[in-house]
Design a protein around this ligand. Structure first.
Ligand code: AMP
Length: 249
């Protein structure tokens, strides 16, 4: 069994995001970029499945500019066997990413496709769902546990009401939650080994996918600044302020 894992290059979650002065987006020049955090959980899960003997190959795929290869190398250093880079010169929207993944699934024929539950840059939470619809495959989103049986996966999903367990017959698409596992760090020898692992390259044109944007972003602005807090002397003053100044009680 093959597992395909989608890994996106995003601004590192520790970076303080700065909006561009012309409001056309956020600054990415000289900003630390990393693998989207839930995608690390997806890679980790794929590796654990392989290590348990239930899969033979883990393939990491990224769609994006040249530097997306660094994210693929990170997945290879964690232990993925090979990579696929689909080059794009601008941000690709979730529907186009899903269509590209669909094409690669048709070529590679994996039984499991793992994605992150959402990308921390666009917060779309759409790609996995769209991919499963395009493929007509079962989907398990927000997976916090994945157990494999001979012909199905049992996925535990964290939902508002608690934990939901679903049984999905193979082939499946699953999107991974941060609570799924603890991603491993790549060791130095594995980082060195990853440099020699193969990465296949495609363009969206070669795959016949139109990646032109369907959504026009009007403006990106900073959230309003929080007002400075005030110290109150006692509960009576707090209640007085909540009643007469904030007018919330
Ligand atoms: P989103 O629907 O944009 O929130 O992304 C959900 C998941 O889809 C991410 O966690 C990734 O696993 C995958 N994904 C989205 N965009 C890309 C991309 N450009 N390259 C690789 N994987 C992606």
């Amino acid at each position: 069994m093959k597992i395909l894992v989608a890994v996106k290059r995003v601004i590192d979650y520790n970076v303080q995001i700065r909006v561009k002065s012309d409001s056309t987006g956020v600054e990415t020049e000289n900003v630390k970029m990393s693998m989207n955090p839930p995608d690390e959980n997806a890679v980790e899960e794929a590796l654990r499945i392989k290590e348990s003997g239930k899969a033979e190959e883990v393939i990491a795929i990224s769609i994006g500019e040249e530097k997306a290869q660094e994210t693929i190398r990170t997945a290879l250093a964690m232990g993925a066997d090979r990579g696929i880079h689909v080059k794009a010169t601008h941000d690709v929207e979730p529907l186009a990413v899903a269509k590209i993944l669909q094409k690669i699934v048709e070529k590679e024929k994996p039984q499991i496709v793992l994605l992150g539950k959402q990308a921390i840059d666009d917060d779309s939470n759409q790609t996995g769902q769209m991919l499963s619809a395009l493929l007509g495959w079962a989907q398990g989103t927000f997976a916090s546990k994945i157990e494999l049986e001979a012909s199905a996966a049992i996925i535990t999903r964290e939902i508002d009401e608690g934990l939901e367990k679903v049984k999905l017959p193979f082939p499946i698409v699953a999107t991974c939650d941060l609570r799924l596992n603890e991603p491993r760090y790549a060791s130095l020898p594995n980082i060195m080994k990853a440099k020699k692992k193969p990465i296949d390259n495609y363009t969206s044109d070669e795959l016949g996918i139109d990646v032109s944007p369907r959504v026009r972003q009007l403006k990106v602005t900073e959230p309003p600044k929080r007002e400075k807090g005030v110290m109150v002397a006692d509960v009576a003053e707090l209640v007085q302020k909540l009643k007469h100044e904030a007018k919330v009680i």
